[in-house]
Design a binder for this molecule. Structure first.
Ligand code: ACO
Length: 448
């Protein structure tokens, strides 16, 4: 198959959210810590009637229906998630009723897990399948679904929740440049979930920030190396129209882009002008370790990279700022923001994406926009995702109620023998929701 890539996408996030400004007051944090310090506006969360399974049921059924895809046309279904509901039974199997209904049980793929990276692993599996000799001519479908919740403390405002579905096939409007992947994988304890009785991670916040930036440097180096090997010329940020990052919170995305800019400066790349070079020159002798700790470098590089950030990154930040960290879905929600904002002008553009999952695994990869015929045109994809309307029709919940909900969910996690309130009044029609977990831990869902 040729020009393999993303044909269509849809996104779902819970309609319940809490304003970061209200969270600052509630938590007794200094004013601006979450909104300016972390760069976040709002955070979505699941109430007791939603979870990663219901969100993925919602987004998959919505994608199939809105693009008019027959469920028989799906030959591979891969789920990326780090929200463990069952240690054996995959989330993918919970989605099978959508396909069994029309008699399609011939669908490869199960779940992929490594923190926020599972969605990218699932995506690569689907892309590789369509490009391989085992491809049977049908579509691949990737689902990234997560509910990011943290224990009370500094990490809690970096939660979020969403599910994204990506339809994979040939002759796509978004084509992978698969030759240019650069990865970095390593054994670290920056963020992990060793306590199987709790949904909350153990997180070393500062270490996770440094690991993210180190992985970014390493992936960029590999990526540039591969580009140069195949294209015979140096890669720089000027060769990317947009850069999309995994977005735990927006401040880290700002720092990441300026870090790439600093890399370009050290490589003497064409993207860095003389003025910027001069400003960053004093930092060129820092060791790797020193450069991750230097506040002066952070400030100086953010300042000189700002004009380029505004053009190449800012259009990708809408959903992550409004919904929060969606773990596996976060990178693809940033990508969806770009389509939402720029769908009419993306043709021919190249986008660089950076996927990071703690623990850790990371990849930088590339795709190009390439027209697209109805229903797989960018304008139709933007219309179907309908991001602005979904954001606007949300319900703001008070921080006290948010905290109360998380407390209830702590008891419900891993529990059996309960029914939910079945209150789906805040959910849009077509949304799936959890009704019951029986005495055998079997989960039951209904569609509004
Ligand atoms: N006004 C403006 N800015 C402020 C204010 C204020 N009133 N108060 C603090 N800030 C700034 C700080 O200067 C800091 O910015 P800087 O990094 O540019 O210096 C920022 O707000 C955050 O403040 P910190 O004191 O560093 O925050 P804290 O240590 O309490 O928590 C952290 C931040 C570590 C990110 C925490 O939220 C966390 O652990 N999150 C989860 C881990 C995470 O997301 N890691 C990212 C990669 S791994 C993953 O994706 C899960």
């Amino acid at each position: 198959a040729k020009n393999v890539g993303i044909l269509a996408m849809d996104i779902y996030f819970p309609p319940t959210c809490v304003q970061q400004e209200a969270m600052e007051v509630h938590d007794g944090a200094s004013k601006g810590k979450y909104t300016i310090g972390l760069g976040q506006d709002c955070m979505a969360f699941c109430t007791e009637v939603e979870d990663v399974i219901s969100m993925s049921l919602t987004v998959v059924s919505s994608l199939l229906e809105k693009y008019g895809i027959d469920a028989k046309q799906i030959g591979r279904l891969e789920v990326g998630s780090e929200t463990v509901i069952d240690k054996s039974k995959s989330i993918k199997t919970f989605l099978m009723p959508l396909f069994e209904a029309c008699g399609n049980t011939d669908i490869e793929g199960v779940d992929s897990t490594n923190a926020c990276y599972g969605g990218t692993a699932a995506l690569f599996n689907c892309v590789n399948w369509v490009e391989s000799s085992s491809w049977d001519g049908r579509y691949g479908l990737v689902v990234c679904t997560d509910s990011a919740v943290y224990a009370e403390g500094p990490a809690r405002p970096t939660g979020g929740a969403a599910a994204i579905a990506l339809l994979i096939g040939p002759d796509a409007p978004m084509v992978f440049e698969s030759k240019f992947r650069g990865s970095h994988m390593s054994h670290v304890y920056d963020f992990y979930k060793p306590n199987l009785a709790s949904e909350y991670p153990v997180v070393d916040g500062k270490l996770s920030q440094t690991c993210y930036l180190m992985a970014l440097d390493s992936c960029y180096k590999q990526f540039c190396h591969k580009y140069e090997k195949f294209e015979g010329k140096q890669f720089s940020l000027s060769d990317a129209d947009y850069v999309v990052f995994h977005s735990p919170y927006n401040k880290l995305v700002q720092k990441s882009f300026s870090r790439l800019f600093f890399n370009d400066c050290l490589r003497n790349a064409s993207s860095v002008d003389e003025v910027a070079k001069e400003k960053l020159a004093p930092f060129s002798s820092l060791s790797g370790d020193e450069s991750y700790q230097s506040r002066d470098l952070e400030k100086a590089s953010q300042q000189v990279a700002k004009p380029m950030y505004d053009v190449k990154v800012q259009p990708t930040t809408l959903i992550p700022k409004q919904v929060g960290n969606m773990y596996t879905a976060s990178l693809y929600a940033a990508f969806a923001s770009l389509i939402n904002n720029k769908h009419s002008s993306l043709d021919g553009n190249r986008v660089i994406l950076f996927s990071y999952g703690s623990g850790l695994s990371a990849t930088m990869f590339s795709l190009k926009f390439n027209g697209g015929k109805h229903p797989f045109s960018l304008s139709n994809i933007a219309a179907i995702m309908n991001v602005d309307k979904k954001l606007k029709s949300r319900h703001e919940i008070a921080p006290e109620k948010f905290v109360e909900t998380l407390k209830l969910m702590e008891h419900r996690y891993g529990a059996k023998d309960f029914v939910t309130s079945k209150d789906c009044s805040l959910l849009a029609p077509g949304t799936y929701y959890l009704t019951e977990v029986d005495s055998m831990y079997r989960r039951f869902y209904a569609k509004k």
